[in-house]
Design a binder for this molecule. Structure first.
Ligand SMILES: [Zn+2]
Length: 201
């Protein structure tokens, strides 16, 4: 059983935790397909993704990261994560502002910004990535209604990072080829180590 690392039970109450796939899983390289069916199944998937994101904890999660190649991502750049005193690895999560983006399209990029990014599918790697400072995103909500929003700051960076996942791009692929090769080797080595636990019989 996996260790509980965050106090995410409160949201969403009856949602399920999903397994997060890690680089270089092939699903992370695929171009995700558009969502065409809106309904309770989609709603459940999005709630499960939010639960998984808060549990990790992370600020964003795209559907390919849980093995589903669809144009969906969820995020929350506003929540607070406070370590609890009693257990070092538990966190209190508060001030939730869950967001769901279906079939997003990014347009009208403005300016440049650099931010140290990480990714739930690329464990323990953090590096500076260049992004647009400001972006406009067209998207649909879980009911299929269309919206348009112009965003900046961390929300803009997070939307660009998550949208890349829908196009089969992981943030380390935006770094120099030298860095990418270094991280790729490191991650493959790490994966081998994790999956080759010796039997003691
Ligand atoms: Zn990511």
């Amino acid at each position: 059983m996996s260790e509980v690392i965050s106090n995410d039970e409160k949201y969403p109450k009856d949602a399920k935790l999903l397994d997060i796939v890690t680089y270089p899983d092939p699903v992370l390289k695929k171009i995700a397909s558009s969502v065409t069916e809106f309904g309770p199944e989609l709603e459940t998937l999005c709630q499960n993704m939010l639960k998984t994101m808060y549990h990790a904890p992370g600020i964003g999660l795209a559907a390919p990261q849980i093995g589903i190649s669809k144009r969906i991502f969820v995020l929350d750049v506003d929540y607070n994560r406070e370590p609890l005193d009693d257990e070092a690895n538990r966190h209190e999560i508060s001030d939730l502002n869950p967001r769901i983006f279906i079939n997003p399209v990014l347009k009208d990029p403005e300016g440049q910004t650099t931010y140290q990014e990480g990714c739930l599918s690329v464990p323990e790697v953090f590096d500076d990535v260049q992004r647009h400072e400001k972006i406009t995103v067209e998207y649909q909500d879980v009911n299929g209604n269309k919206h348009e929003e112009t965003v900046e700051g961390l929300l803009s960076i997070c939307i660009q990072h998550e949208n890349d996942h829908l196009d089969g791009i992981v943030f380390i692929e935006k770094l120099s080829s030298l860095k990418l090769n270094y991280y790729r080797k490191k991650l493959i080595k790490e994966k081998k180590r994790t999956f080759s636990v010796p039997d003691n019989d």
